[in-house]
Design a protein around this ligand. Structure first.
Ligand code: DQA
Length: 151
């Protein structure tokens, strides 16, 4: 059976394309999701995507995905990255590796974006490459899963 990856997009990312395009680019979320499904097909990974503006929904989905046997997660938690202990606890506790991604280079932005509560429990972080951050993140996650399978 092929691998399964959940792509989780947090708050306000449903507005990509028109939300601060100078910061986040012009690609829409459906375009990004479609490119990840296509890349997943090329890499032999089944990609499921979810965007939510509700933290509890994201947390429920993480645990449900783990219960259903998901292999790993690709997470752009948006603003929750910098605030959510609860999201970090779910990601750390579900026992699946995840890669944190950001369209913008958060390190080059306001100081409150420099800290990530998720990064210390992530397998890796990709930030600053626009929509390509997601594709690079999916490739990185697949490399992590390959490494674990070999170990
Ligand atoms: C973001 C960066 C976050 O700081 C911000 O709150 C977002 C998007 C990014 O993809 O660059 O909503 O995660």
């Amino acid at each position: 059976m092929g691998r399964a990856v959940l792509v989780l997009h947090g708050p306000n990312l449903d507005r990509l394309g028109t939300r601060e395009p100078a910061v986040y680019g012009t690609a829409t979320l459906p375009e990004i999701d479609a490119s990840l499904v296509r890349l997943g097909e090329a890499l032999g990974v089944g990609v499921t995507t979810l965007q939510t503006n509700h933290e509890g929904v994201a947390i429920d989905r993480i645990w449900a995905a783990a219960d259903a046997g998901v292999d790993g997660l690709l997470v752009n938690a948006g603003g929750w990255t910098h605030t959510s202990v609860a999201l970090r606890d779910a990601l750390a506790g579900c026992g699946r590796p995840f890669v944190e991604v950001h369209l913008s280079n958060v390190a080059a932005r306001e100081p409150f974006r420099h800290a990530s509560l998720l990064a210390p429990v992530a397998a890796g972080v990709v930030t600053g490459f626009g929509a390509a951050s997601y594709e690079l993140g999916l490739r990185g996650l697949c490399a992590v899963l390959d490494r674990r399978a070999d170990a």
